[in-house]
Design a protein around this ligand. Structure first.
Ligand code: ATP
Length: 307
């Protein structure tokens, strides 16, 4: 599989501000790639360079095989961009807006089909200015998809959504992968990235501090699955060989070998008639949010670590 995006040693300075300091990225065709990082980390700068809207100070960039700085106009037809702020004329109906956008492309998708794809078929005759926030974001996506782009840039697609609208959007974004689009997703919601992204890159202070699947990122910061239960003052204590430590009201065992440790722990409890001690036993896996906080904290404390 070839790469839709290939970035090597990307640099961007605004005068004395070194916003991007040697970024390397590879996004495979057909994947949803999550691009995460704290405010001011360099995400927008990197993405605008990839989109061809910003020049770079140095480095090599290929997007769909072309350098965005010199790519021909036809290259732009293969790229769909969904910005945070909608720029759609409010008096147009959803269908009119998508049809008007379609006119810019040599081989657009059918406007009705695209509205159906984003779940706006019932609102096709509603004016853009009267759509709800969630519907507007769907229309933004429809506008980006009508040109049938190979690569879609999605910038914080569910900011301000209620939980139901967010879930619906996640289904819609997953569909894009099924339809063969490559998606570069920026988001500040870690659950969104965990749910949607095949792979993730985390940028902090202009450098990529980690790249991989959510599980690979968790391994990088040694986040292990946790077996927990509530402290009990009564009954037998768990033997020291389990390495259980106390954290607030909980006892915690961190292990990569959950099944074996759980087996030994529950066997011990049954043998010692101490089942009640482990009454609310739980296994939790590291969330992307925990991993992300560790990754970005490490970089802030030691900015040269990933140079
Ligand atoms: P956010 O999550 O807040 O959107 P970001 O990761 O997208 O942040 P960028 O917008 O790329 O971050 O900014 C990276 C750094 O470059 C910041 O220090 C920012 O102040 C600086 N910067 C961005 N654009 C310019 C500009 N046009 N002129 C000067 N400095 C800029």
């Amino acid at each position: 599989m070839s790469n839709a995006i290939e970035v090597r040693g990307l640099l961007k300075s605004y005068g004395e501000v070194h916003a991007v300091r040697g970024v390397n990225l590879s996004v495979a065709e057909g994947e949803i790639f999550g691009f995460l990082g704290p405010n001011g980390a360099g995400k927008t700068t990197t993405i605008e360079i990839l989109e061809g809207f910003r020049d770079r100070t140095g480095g090599d960039v290929r997007v769909l095989g072309q350098d965005p700085a010199t790519a021909p106009l036809s290259w732009r037809e293969d790229i769909g961009i969904v910005l945070q702020e909608s720029e759609i004329e409010t008096e147009l109906t959803a269908l009119e807006a998508v049809r008007m956008q379609a006119a810019y492309f040599s081989e657009p998708r059918n406007a009705d089909e695209v509205l159906e794809l984003v779940g706006l078929d019932d609102a096709r005759d509603h004016r853009a200015g009267k759509l709800s926030g969630g519907q507007k974001r769907r229309l933004d996506l429809a506008m980006a998809l009508v040109g049938d782009p190979k690569l879609v840039f999605l910038d914080e697609p569910t900011t301000g959504f209620d939980p139901t609208a967010r879930r619906e959007s996640w289904d819609m974004i997953s569909n894009l992968r099924d339809l063969g689009h490559t998606v570069l997703l920026t988001t500040h919601y870690m659950d969104e990235a965990q749910q949607l992204a095949d792979r993730i890159a985390v940028i902090a202070e202009g450098r990529i501090v980690a790249e991989g699947t959510a599980d690979q990122l968790a391994d990088l910061v040694s986040s292990k699955p946790r077996i927990t239960w509530t402290h009990s003052g009564e009954g037998a204590a768990v033997p020291s060989r389990f390495d259980a430590v106390s954290e607030g009201t909980k006892m915690v065992i961190e292990t990569t070998d959950v099944v074996t440790v759980l087996h030994e722990l529950t066997n011990w409890a049954v043998d010692n008639k101490a089942e009640a001690l482990l009454d609310d036993l739980e296994i939790t896996r590291p969330t992307l949010e925990e991993t992300y906080l560790k990754l970005t904290a490490t970089d802030a404390e030691n900015p040269e670590a990933n140079a």
